[in-house]
Design a protein around this ligand. Structure first.
Ligand code: F6P
Length: 532
């Protein structure tokens, strides 16, 4: 049973500490400790986390770690690794760590190795052109049809590792039920050379099924025969009956298991688009990077543990400094989809107000996560970060080495990242603005309050290994936060009501059935949409 931490002496001690310490300015904290960077930074392998610009002191960390000890994170980690049904509302284990555990590791599972072998051989057949379409032509384009966890991970990772893309194979992603998504993608493709991956854990998700059926119609219309489906469709799913009912032969189905949550499934066969994009060997490097982070999370002492540290900083910012939003700002165009990926990972996991005992959590949980690649974001919303008066902790992510080196670009990118985190932390007083030449009239507009907390993650380069480390870091952070808030991070009941209502409204839009049970607004909108 999880304990409700907000009633513990550890929580009360943090609340008292926040009263006394919470408003201290980062300028003051840096002035008081010339070695603040050394004291507040950690490494895992080549990955560096600088959290010296977070609004914490050594005593804050000490109190946060006491809270973590009360939450028994090692105990919950052991339950996860033992395959206990810690996703209790769905009666499921949570074992995505097994997907990246090498053979011989205590977390490895034989069924995972068997599917990886099949994926490896499938990738080879696509890459060496032995897998051919219905007309005998080689495959040039792969379209992943999936949504949520069956889309965001591979989509983000394919873009992140674009510098390592295999030649002669283009990857496309379709998720939205809006016909513009599929039609726009198919418009540029040749059915003879296109392979579809239908990726869905349940194989019942409305958007994915609608897109898969339309894609199948497109293919069959061109091929003139249903038999072409077996050459152009593969599936990734836990639901083997539904994939077979759809017409995908069992040898084209790559299985995963109910103990893999959708938003934790990049490492499973859901990663197939990525394996096709970068080659299977590099996909295995991604798994190795994630596994290295798993090992670190399981074995590093609390004070040196990166995922736990990030979780405690989030908790501090959210529940003690009252931040309700969190920006992720990768200074890497290739990591531009990371914020969208993390939106699902963090908000679908921890955007909950009921704890494991069915009681209110009692404090704020997952902050609203958002963000965009720097430097583009600097020219849109950074104004608000600097002078909007809201506390918005930021994660800056940067690469020591550029993945697309062009003379002078990377230095400018890195300089901008460091400039922004420094400006957010230390700001500018009115006196400083005047000293820099601002007139008396304009000086008030040039005041930057600063004290905006941030962490900076430095990756040596955007390798598959480093990406694996980075994503697993966030996964374990999410896990720790779930334990600290006493919630189940692995269900998602909050998405169900809207799905049910959409299921009832869809036939009504086609004129079938009355809408009397709906509210006046929905009825009015329905009438407006039905008018010819
Ligand atoms: O609607 C939410 C959700 O269930 C996510 O949790 C999941 O990643 C997504 O839908 C897609 O589900 P599936 O892989 O079963 O199609």
């Amino acid at each position: 049973m999880a304990i409700n931490l907000i009633n513990t002496p550890e929580w009360h001690a943090l609340a008292a500490h926040a009263e006394a310490f919470g408003n201290r300015h980062l300028r003051e904290l840096f002035a008081a400790d010339g070695q603040r960077f050394e004291h507040f930074s950690l490494r895992q392998g080549d990955l560096l986390l600088d959290f010296s610009k977070q609004r914490v002191g050594a005593d804050t960390l000490d109190l946060l770690h006491r809270l973590a000890a009360a939450a028994d994170i090692p105990g919950w980690t052991a339950k996860m690794r033992a395959g206990e049904t810690i996703n209790h509302t769905e009666g499921r284990a949570v074992l995505h760590i097994a997907l990246r555990a090498p053979q011989g590791s205590p977390d490895a599972r034989p069924e995972v190795a068997a599917v990886l072998d099949r994926l490896r051989s499938f990738c080879h057949r696509i890459h060496d052109d032995t897998w051919r379409g219905f007309s005998g032509q080689r495959i040039t384009d792969v379209v992943n049809i999936g949504i949520g966890g069956s889309d965001l991970g591979p989509r983000m990772a394919v873009r992140a590792l674009a510098a390592r893309q295999q030649p002669d194979l283009k990857l496309h992603f379709v998720s939205n039920v809006d016909g513009a998504d599929l039609a726009g993608t198919l418009a540029g493709l040749n059915p003879r050379t296109t392979l579809f991956i239908v990726a869905s854990k349940t194989f019942t998700t409305l958007e994915t099924m609608a897109n898969a059926c339309s894609a199948r119609d497109w293919l069959v219309a061109a091929a003139g025969s249903q038999a072409a489906v077996a050459r152009h469709f593969v599936a990734v799913s836990t639901n083997l009956k539904a994939t077979s009912d759809f017409g995908i032969p069992p040898e084209n189905v790559f299985e995963f298991w109910d103990w893999v949550g959708g938003r934790f499934s990049l490492w499973s066969a859901i990663g197939l688009p990525l394996a096709l994009a970068i080659g299977f060997q590099q996909f295995e490097e991604l798994l190795a990077g994630a596994h290295a982070m798993d090992e670190h999370f399981f074995s590093a002492p609390a004070a040196e543990n990166l995922p736990l540290t990030l979780a405690l900083l989030d908790l501090w910012n959210t529940d003690f400094l009252d931040a309700c939003s969190h920006a992720v700002l990768p200074y890497s165009q290739s990591l531009g989809l990371l914020p969208a990926y993390l939106e699902q990972l963090e908000m679908e996991s921890n955007g909950k107000q009921v704890n494991r005992e069915g009681q209110p959590v009692g404090v704020a949980t997952a902050p609203i996560l958002w963000g965009e690649a720097g430097t583009s974001g600097q020219h849109s919303f950074y104004q608000l970060l600097h002078q909007g008066g809201r506390l918005i902790p930021c994660d800056f992510i940067l690469l020591k080495e550029a993945d697309f080196p062009l003379p002078g670009h990377h230095e400018q990118l890195l300089a901008n990242c460091l400039a922004q985190s420094a400006a957010l932390a230390f700001g500018q007083t009115e006196e400083e603005a005047r000293a820099a030449g601002a007139s008396a009239a304009l000086a008030p507009y040039k005041v930057f309050p600063g004290n905006q907390p941030s962490s900076t993650l430095v990756l040596p380069a955007l390798s598959p290994f480093a990406l694996g480390q980075l994503v697993a870091l966030y996964e374990h952070k999410v896990f720790c936060l779930g334990i600290l808030w006493g919630i189940n991070s692995f269900d998602q009941w909050g998405v169900e009501l809207g799905k049910q209502l959409a299921g009832r409204l869809t036939p009504m839009l086609a004129g079938k059935g009355g809408d009397a049970l709906f509210d006046a607004s929905t009825r009015g909108l329905m009438a407006a949409l039905r008018q010819s």
